[in-house]
Design a protein. Structure first.
Length: 968
């Protein structure tokens, strides 16, 4: 502040001489600028200067004499207190800016320095006021400018930051090239996209450096155009990954001057991939829909009845005669293509589906553009959209051909049902488990069951008959192999109890995937055919009068029998039977009687043979009996055949009761044996026929063998039989006895051996007549006689001490033993004669054990329980099995003489003999070696443990009186 400054009071100032050199002076010195000054005494303004007046706007007159506080009204009351209170109360110097509220003037800001001063008696308030309004305004303007700048900076920073964040989030970036600049400015976003952070400024070439080769040309063209069009290209980033970029390039021109070239770049790889995927899907959908049999579409409808086809496949052309564009542009055109009769239904059902949001399903016809109406099947799923519309996605297919096929099928079904109803055939279906699921036609199917009874049941579970287990097995195998089968025949019982035959044919069914679903087929009642076949067969193979097989069937069976004989080596026999004098009977009593006789003869013949044998009628009074499975030995077979022939002779010789007549008839029988393929069937029949004529020639009512040898044997047998009968009557039989000795050669018993003292032939061996006695049944009385004689002898010996312990072995033939009364006969005999059962030993042959084994054991056990012993004759020659042997209640085994004979010369026989001895020992059985003829045999057997012997070495069979028994 310069001391040369003019006084504040000057220039019209209030001029105060008393103030000179004082505080004022100081003030003036300090504040040479225009300063408003006041002097206050006792609170009242006593002095003001011009500046004060101009500052405050008061006149001097208004101001002087007023209190300072009064004059301070230009200050705000609070401000007034702030300024004056410290001044007046504390005497402190005030230095502050205050705002003056000026009347009719703009407020002004003044710097006020006030001080309370004491000068002599007077108190002064010196107020120094300086107008700092301009200064303040300038300052404030500066501050405001600074703040605005700061604010603008901050905003800019924020915007830049926001921009960068936005770029980063949106995967957007940009570059700018200023004219004449070789560098390109890259934004941070751009750097992030191409993965080159921090390179804000790069050479221009860098922009294209990593663009994929294939896309570079496109980018270059866009750069050349700079027209803002979008260009999409790929760029390989520094990490090798490829990204899709979308860019728009602009050139900014102002006032004809190029300001900058810039490009906005956006990365849209995932969007591009999604789009690609969508495009692929769309392409696929289009491919599918273009090949699909029907049309695929999206149909949208709004509550205000607007509608649209957002998508419709190309098939709309084929189905509705519209291009997809036409359908899209005019959705109603599709409805117009619907048949008028069905349009309402289509609309209604669509609205209904939209309302209920339920699947739309509708069959309708299209308007026949070419005159031919077509059937469509529509199916769509509705979905409510955000805007309240409903979007249907679905398909429409042309089902005309299916409809036609269905109609044809229905017609065919109907025709089929009508036909089935008319015929006796039926149609059936079974499921994959072969259970009936459908039956049409005759309501009784092949089972003659009501269909409802058959449903769910298989054919074999529904009471089929007439099918063998093997046939069922074959049929089931066919079914399991899914084979077609024809004419499977089965029998059923009708509701009325009669039988019917059905013929079933069937074929397997498969679904579209080739999976087996069951069977279907037809059935036919073939009862009439079967009956006719049976009739034909009967006529062809059976004799109408007697029902017996005819010549044809006989020949057929004979062929089979010959073949069987070739297989099993058994003989068979043909018995040609002709009724004697039948012609006379027929002529005298009439054909009717003749027929009756033939029928009865047929019946009797059947009764004479086993079921395996055949009785046939060749015609007239000629019958043939065919016997099978006779013995392997021809003589044995001949004897068997002869037995049957004799039975026939005897049976046919019985009286016939024909109506009111009692007739006697007799046959002539010719017999021939057959064995394997030795002779043809014709030859066999001829031979039997020839033999029959020989029988006729021999005086009728007899039989003849074709074979002379057999005939001779038969004749001899016949003679023997007659002789046997007579021999029995004439008491020509006697018993010889052969001793059985112990190890010391002492007789312990005898074996009774039957002898026939024939008046002409002398002593006949049992080997000759026993078989004939067995065949003829004469063995029963003969055997009984032997037993009686043997028991009588036992009783006789029992009276003498030296003979009373002798045992008596008696041979019993199989036929004899198996007679139901055999045990009783023995029991009675023992009781009646009083013979000691413990001395009686029955000798059985192995052949006895071949059948009815249990009964044999039972019978043996019964007799054994009373003391009768049993011996097994000829042991080792037959079929003895050890298990049988163990079970038999035996006392003794007899080593057959055939083994004994060569026991010294044949090691096999020696081994057998030893084995039998060991076996007997282990089974606790006695052993008798029979046929011992030499001392050597005896020694051998003795050495091997045999304790009982029989044979010529000890004595031949002799009459009782010649027996060499122990001395009395
Ligand atoms: N070579 C030879 N033979 C010997 C010797 N010792 C005994 N023989 C004979 O051997 C046979 C033994 O009787 P078999 O084996 O029961 O065989 C008997 C028996 O099976 C049967 N037979 C005999 N009598 C009767 C009988 O009353 N009833 C039954 N059903 N059959 C009888 O006739 C068969 C033959 O009887 P036979 O001719 O008496 O023959 C007897 C006897 O004379 C010997 O050292 N050397």
């Amino acid at each position: 502040m310069s001391s040369a400054s003019p006084t504040p009071w000057a220039g019209g100032g209030i001029g105060a001489p008393g103030l000179t050199g004082s505080v004022f002076q100081t003030v003036f010195e300090c504040s040479p600028e225009a300063i408003a000054l006041t002097r206050v005494r006792d609170g009242v303004l006593v002095e003001v200067n011009t500046e004060w007046l101009s500052l405050t706007g008061y006149s001097r007159a208004e101001a002087l004499g007023r209190t300072a506080v009064e004059m301070g009204h230009w200050l705000d009351p609070e401000e007034r207190m702030r300024v004056f209170a410290p001044l007046l109360t504390g005497g402190r110097v005030v230095d502050t800016d205050v705002t003056l509220v000026m009347q009719d003037r703009n407020p002004r800001v003044v710097r006020m320095n006030a001080a309370l001063m004491q000068e002599q008696e007077e108190q002064y308030i010196l107020i120094y006021l300086r107008d700092v309004t301009a200064e303040r305004l300038a300052h404030e303007a500066l501050r405001a400018g600074e703040q605005a700048l700061e604010h603008a900076n901050e905003k800019l920073n924020r915007q830049v930051k926001l921009y960068e964040v936005t770029e980063s989030v949106a995967k957007v970036g940009h570059w700018v090239i200023y004219p004449g600049d070789s560098m390109v400015h890259l934004s941070r976003g751009y750097g992030e996209i191409v993965q080159e952070p921090g390179r804000a400024l790069v050479p221009k070439e860098r922009l294209l450096a990593n663009v994929m080769e294939e896309d570079r040309e496109r980018v270059l063209q866009a750069r050349a155009r700079m027209d803002g069009q979008t260009v999409e290209y790929r760029l390989r980033r520094s990490d090798g990954s490829v990204v899709w970029l979308r860019s728009r390039m602009h050139r900014q021109v102002e006032g004809g001057q190029v300001r900058a070239d810039f490009g906005i770049v956006q990365e849209f790889t995932s969007e591009r991939q999604a789009r690609q995927e969508l495009e692929n899907q769309l392409a696929f959908i289009q491919k599918i829909t273009s090949r699909a049999p029907g049309m695929v579409y999206e149909y949208q409808m709004w509550p205000d009845k607007r509608s649209a086809f957002p998508f419709v496949s190309a098939a709309v052309q084929q189905l509705f005669g519209l291009t997809p564009e036409e359908a899209r542009n005019d959705p109603a055109s599709v409805l117009r293509a619907v048949h008028p009769d069905d349009a309402t239904m289509v609309v209604k059902s669509t609205w209904e589906a939209a309302k209920t949001v339920q699947p739309w399903h509708c069959e309708f016809r299209t308007r026949p553009a070419d005159g031919q109406e077509r059937w469509m099947l529509g199916y769509a799923l509705p979905e409510v959209q955000a805007d309240g519309s409903v979007l249907f996605c679905g398909s429409i297919t042309d089902i005309t051909s299916q409809k036609e096929a269905l109609t044809r099928l229905k017609l065919s079904e109907e025709r089929f049902r009508n036909l089935s109803a008319l015929s006796s055939d039926w149609y059936w279906e079974q499921d994959a488990e072969f259970r009936f699921v459908r039956v049409d036609g005759d309501g009784r199917i092949d089972s003659y069951l009501a269909p409802e009874e058959a449903m769910g049941r298989t054919r074999w579970d529904s009471g089929a008959l007439g099918v063998t287990a093997a046939q069922w097995a074959a049929h089931k195998a066919q079914l399991l192999a899914h084979e077609t089968f024809y004419d499977f025949e089965l029998q059923r019982v009708r509701a009325d109890g009669t039988y019917m035959w059905a013929s079933i044919s069937g074929e397997p069914m498969f679904d579209v995937d080739g999976v087996f679903t069951g069977y279907r087929g037809t059935g036919r009642d073939i009862s009439a055919r079967k009956q006719a076949e049976a009739d034909i067969e009967r006529l062809a193979f059976y004799d109408a009068l007697t029902g017996l097989p005819n010549r044809r069937l006989l020949i057929d069976r004979l062929n089979h029998a010959v073949a069987a004989s070739a297989r099993n080596s058994h003989h068979g026999a043909l018995l040609f039977i002709d009724l004697d004098n039948f012609k006379i009977l027929n002529d005298t009593l009439g054909h009717h009687m003749g027929d009756l006789l033939l029928q009865q003869v047929a019946q009797r013949l059947q009764e004479c043979v086993r079921t395996v044998d055949t009785v046939a009628r060749l015609g007239g009074d000629e019958f043939v009996v065919m016997l099978e499975e006779l013995g392997m030995d021809p003589a044995e077979a001949a004897a068997q055949a002869e037995t049957v022939a004799k039975k026939i002779l005897q049976t046919l010789n019985q009286q016939f009761a024909l109506a009111s007549h009692n007739l006697h008839s007799s046959p002539s029988i010719g017999v021939t044996l057959f064995y394997q393929h030795l002779h043809s069937v014709d030859e066999l029949l001829k031979r039997a026929d020839l033999a029959m004529y020989q029988a006729k020639g021999a005086g009728r009512n007899t039989l003849r063998f074709f074979d002379p040898e057999m005939q001779a044997a038969a004749t001899a047998r016949a003679a023997m039989e007659t002789d046997l009968r007579q021999g029995m009557l004439r008491d020509e039989f006697m018993l010889y006895y052969q001793c059985v000795v112990d190890a010391e050669g002492v007789p312990t018993g005898v074996e009774a051996l039957l002898r026939w003292k024939h008046p002409q032939r002398g002593i006949v061996s049992p080997g000759e007549f026993i078989p004939i006695a067995e065949q003829t049944g004469l063995i029963l009385p003969l055997g009984q006689w032997v037993l009686e004689a043997a028991c009588a002898q036992l009783v006789a010996w029992s009276a003498k001490p030296h003979t009373q312990k002798l045992t008596m072995a008696v041979n019993v033939s199989a036929r004899q033993f198996k007679h139901p009364e055999f045990s009783n006969h023995i029991l009675n005999l023992l009781r009646l004669t009083g013979a000691n059962p413990y001395r009686l030993k029955l000798e059985l042959t192995e052949s006895l054990l071949l059948s009815e084994f249990d009964e044999v054991i039972e019978k043996m056990s019964e007799l054994r329980s009373i003391g009768v012993g049993f011996s097994l004759d000829d042991f080792g020659t037959g079929y003895s099995s050890l298990s049988y042997l163990k079970r038999l209640p035996l006392d003794q085994l007899k080593i057959d003489q055939s083994f004994v004979r060569d026991v010294l010369t044949d090691p096999n026989d020696a081994a057998i003999a030893r084995t039998i001895l060991n076996l007997a020992e282990s089974l606790d059985l006695g052993v008798v070696a029979e046929g011992v003829e030499t001392a050597g045999q005896h020694d051998f057997l003795l050495r091997n443990g045999c304790k009982a012997f029989q044979g010529y070495f000890f004595g031949r069979p002799v009459p009782v009186e010649l027996l060499q028994l122990p001395n009395p």
